[in-house]
Ligand binder design. Structure first.
Ligand SMILES: *[C@@H]1O[C@H](CO)[C@@H](O)[C@H](O)[C@H]1NC(C)=O
Ligand SMILES: *[C@@H]1O[C@H](CO)[C@@H](O)[C@H](O)[C@H]1NC(C)=O
Ligand SMILES: *[C@@H]1O[C@H](CO)[C@@H](O)[C@H](O)[C@H]1NC(C)=O
Length: 343
């Protein structure tokens, strides 16, 4: 518990100081301590923060090739380590190949080289970071069944979320195609129809609330609702405060046929895509889709994004056909969905 208390105190300060606080204990936190920190009300663990921990492999080989770990989302603080799955405080392996402007291994903190230099990673400043990729090199001797653990802090003295992902020999099982909500663990768990390229990483995930737009149009002589676009606000959490992006449609398709677009309210960048795959889920919900970008962004919130998928949809379907009586009438159909951004 001592380690847990120390870590909670460290995290409470983490957002208000420019580098990871030099408290002992952060590098000797075990998996049970992570749970204790999550239960500690200092900042309050926050539900639905949408942070993700994704790995590019589900097994490791002692002395073998590195594993890529992506922490997706927008966050200020991070503590990341690999430890024995289910309780050990021993941090194993070494972190490298990360953005050294924003992160550092915590070797300068007392006790942090107990299990070897480079085995615990933390943030370096309180600035908001976008989805980041880290490389973890396994130990040369077998350390058994491991898990990556992350504590991700949203902002100065705000909520945090704990994440973990095991690295064992179990191949992730694909979820069945269907309308059940899915939460992201690996790309392999996404239904095949809308699954992004398996070499991609999920860089952002936002919850969207808005309208699907339909136009009552004559199809021959039959008035028919035709989907013409969408307008939605996107949020980091289901708390729906401070939107980070707007979803909209270009009035005319771009040169590559793209219309659905996302505008970052944080940095005024935007991306456009075209639907390339559709997965129907229910008569009462718009389908899940995969979009290929026709216009990318080099910088900002959507930097590096190549594919967007729309999942966990609710509502948004066209009004009943017999309500299309006035040609030219527009209907705004409320919907919610999660948009996940990969690159
Ligand atoms: C996972 O990522 C690491 C680091 O980028 C890379 O060295 C390794 O080859 C990747 N493994 C797989 C299975 O793609
Ligand atoms: C709706 O469709 C009609 C043609 O049926 C078109 O003239 C009108 O511009 C469309 N309105 C919108 C908002 O797309
Ligand atoms: C228009 O009518 C044709 C013939 O009934 C049908 O095949 C087509 O799907 C309709 N288009 C739309 C947008 O409903």
């Amino acid at each position: 518990m001592r380690a847990a208390f120390t870590l909670a105190a460290a995290l409470a300060l983490a957002g208000s100081v420019s580098t990871y606080p030099t408290y002992p204990g952060v590098c000797t936190v075990g998996t049970s301590d992570v749970a204790a920190v999550a239960a500690n009300g200092n900042m309050g663990p926050q539900a639905n923060l949408y942070y993700t921990l994704e790995t590019n492999a589900s097994t490791y080989t002692p002395g073998g090739q590195p594993i890529g770990v992506t922490i997706g989302g927008l966050y200020a603080g991070l503590l990341l380590f690999a430890a024995e799955s289910g309780g050990s405080a021993v941090h194993v392996g070494t972190w490298g190949d990360f953005d050294t402007n924003s992160f550092q291994t915590l070797d300068h903190i007392s006790g942090c080289t107990t299990f070897g230099a480079g085995s615990t990673l933390g943030h370096k400043n309180g600035q908001i970071k976008t989805g980041k990729y880290f490389t973890w090199t396994p130990p040369t001797t077998n350390a058994g069944s491991l898990a990556f653990y992350a504590i991700v802090v949203s902002a100065n003295a705000k909520g945090f979320q704990t994440l973990s992902s095991t690295i064992s020999s179990t191949v992730p099982t694909a979820v069945a195609t269907g309308e059940a909500n899915i939460q992201f663990t690996t790309i392999a768990a996404i239904p095949e129809t809308i699954r992004p390229d398996k070499t991609y990483h999920r860089l952002q995930a936002f919850h969207a609330v808005g309208s699907q737009i339909y136009n009552c149009t004559l199809n021959g002589t039959t008035p028919t609702w035709v989907a013409t676009g969408a307008q939605a606000q996107e949020f980091r959490t289901t708390a729906l405060t401070s939107p980070v992006a707007e979803h909209f449609f270009l009035p005319f398709a771009d040169a590559k046929g793209g219309r659905p677009s996302w505008f970052s309210l944080l940095d005024n960048t935007f991306i456009t895509g075209i639907v390339v795959a559709t997965l129907p889920v229910s008569a009462a919900k718009i389908p899940w889709t995969r979009l290929q970008l026709t216009s990318t962004s080099k910088a900002g919130l959507f930097a590096g994004v190549k594919t967007v998928i729309r999942v966990n949809t609710e509502g948004g379907v066209a009004p009943a056909a017999d309500t299309c009586t006035d040609v030219g009438k527009v209907a705004l159909q409320p919907y919610t969905a999660d948009y996940w951004y990969f690159g």
